[in-house]
Design a protein around this ligand. Structure first.
Ligand code: BG6
Length: 514
């Protein structure tokens, strides 16, 4: 029988979910909260107040249960599991653009009667409402003390540096930086958190983690999905804003940062910020040498024929929005001088795979005969983020027998083999940290700003010069030709992501450099 576990270490908490009937709450936020509930990680006293325009308790419960059934990593909940959670839910209809409505929130019995409870204001609403909510909360006196209340926002935090600054200054007029939690869900992924563990809990990587041994670093986040039903959002965003500005740059920071003194929110975020500050600014006239864009046209994925981006529902027939972006960044510091970081992401790619590839330099002198195949596969360390989760070291070994031949082999760590416990969803990790008040895995304002600043020359150049060749890659491919040229100019090639996963009987060991 399920007995409800309670986390009695956490204070009484009210979780005020703006946009409770929306897509984000339905797909990600509430299924994660529900799993925290099942794992006994929610505070013993916890209320979720769902806020939306036309909401009733019955509608809220119906919608959230549907989301949990569809998107939780666990099987559909039993009646008992659900009712234990449903008892914590309340609904408050509110028009967020009406400042008076926030007074109703302040007067809401659940809020009023628990004056000392911790409050989390979760803005699962479109960005144009961020200002209205922050101002509304402040006008109704709901900021409620630095230690007790937190406000949570999801990207996109602006669409350029100016709009980011505008959102940020409204927020910071009413809330202190310590109260503001900016989500980047990639930071909650186990494999992403493990980058720090790998680098700094083992003595063997740090001595070779620099320009002396590393030739270049590639970060790939490839998706097979297209724009789906998100035309309204994506037509104003595109791959650079949607993925590079946040997820890919955060991954790069974790690879490039200096060792922290302590596993502490400020120290880690300072070290990540240092990476962004050290990135060489991209001169406007050098944008084509540092960034390429693509848009998918029609194509095939396996045996399915897929429409081009411009044929997707809600997309303009002449849309200039990029669904693929690749950027080359250089980090001007002692560790990384002249080691390029190539970041690429795209929709409707051949595979859905996210990984970081650290490509080591070739041996300085090759003692083996030319026919042996030395250096035929560069040594590299691959951090597999998803769907496979693990780390692979690819190196050369002697093939048994004569004549002397060298052959690439893999040494592998797979989460699935090493740990019996399934990884929590990224949102579960982040929401739990939020309840604990630990901001380590959230983005700080100065980081977000630095990332926008770096990308502004690209954004401005792309806006001023519509792409003449869109669509320029077929759905189901690895992206546009121009992305190949971006790395070929440096005499490099993109490395095809590793396809191995632990259930395979005979893992592929072929040379997979393209
Ligand atoms: C989101 C982007 O932040 O991340 C989406 O807005 C993208 O466009 C998604 O599909 C990818 O996240 P994940 O966790 O599914 O790889």
């Amino acid at each position: 029988m399920h007995t409800e576990k309670l986390n009695t270490h956490l204070p009484e908490t009210q979780f005020i979910l703006f946009g409770a009937l929306g897509d984000l709450a339905w797909r990600l936020v509430v299924p994660a909260l529900f799993n925290l509930h099942l794992d006994g990680l929610l505070p013993g006293k916890f209320r979720l107040i769902g806020v939306d325009r036309q909401i009733t308790a019955a509608r809220l419960k119906e919608r959230l249960l549907d989301g949990i059934r569809s998107f939780s990593r666990r099987a559909a909940p039993s009646d008992e599991q659900w009712s234990g959670f449903a008892d914590k839910l309340e609904a408050l209809p509110m028009n967020l653009q009406d400042p008076d409505a926030f007074r109703a929130l302040a007067e809401f019995p659940g809020i009023k009667q628990a004056e000392t409870a911790a409050r989390i204001y979760y803005l699962a609403v479109p960005p144009f409402l961020f200002d209205a909510v922050a101002n509304g909360l402040a006008a109704a006196g709901l900021q409620h003390g630095e230690a007790q209340s937190r406000i949570v926002l999801e990207k996109p935090l602006g669409r350029d540096i100016a709009s980011f600054r505008a959102i940020d200054s409204t927020l910071r007029a009413h809330f202190s930086e310590r109260q503001i939690y900016r989500m980047d869900h990639f930071l909650g992924k186990e494999t992403v958190q493990n980058i720090l563990a790998m680098r700094f809990a083992n003595p063997i990587f740090e001595p070779i983690w620099n320009r002396r041994y590393i030739d270049h670093v590639t970060v790939t986040v490839a998706e097979q999905i297209g724009v789906g039903h998100r035309a309204g959002y994506y037509e104003r965003a595109g791959a650079l804003r949607d993925m590079v500005q946040n997820h890919l740059m955060q991954l790069m920071c974790l690879v490039a940062m200096e060792p922290p003194v302590a596993y502490d929110a400020d120290d880690i975020r300072n070290k990540k910020l240092d990476v962004l500050r050290a990135c060489r600014p991209i001169r406007p006239d050098a944008v084509p040498l540092h960034a390429v864009r693509g848009q998918y046209g029609e194509g095939w994925l396996k045996d399915e024929r897929l429409p081009g981006y411009r044929e997707e529902p809600g997309i303009a027939a002449d849309s200039n929005i990029e669904t693929y972006a690749a950027v080359k960044l250089l980090v001007d510091n002692w560790r990384w001088q002249d080691v390029p970081f190539y970041l690429r992401t795209g929709k409707r790619m051949t595979d859905a795979v996210s990984e970081i590839s650290i490509r080591f330099r070739d041996v300085p002198h090759n003692a083996f005969p030319a026919v042996s195949g030395a250096n035929s596969q560069p040594v590299r360390l691959v951090i597999q983020i998803q769907p496979q989760e693990g780390i692979i070291l690819k190196f050369m070994a002697k093939q048994p027998g004569t004549p002397l031949r060298l052959r690439p082999v893999d040494m592998r760590f797979a989460y699935r083999e090493a740990f019996s416990k399934p990884s929590p969803a990224a949102y579960e990790t982040l929401l739990h940290d939020l309840l604990l008040g630990d901001a380590t895995l959230f983005m700080r304002s100065d980081q977000v700003q630095a990332a926008w600043e770096l990308l502004m020359p690209i954004i401005e150049s792309w806006e001023a010069n519509p792409a003449p060749d869109f669509p320029n890659y077929p759905a189901g491919s690895w992206g546009p030709e121009s992305a190949e040229r971006l790395v070929a100019r440096d005499s490099r090639t993109w490395l095809t992501p590793s396809q191995w996963h632990p259930q395979c009987d005979s893992p592929a060991t072929d040379d997979d450099e393209r």
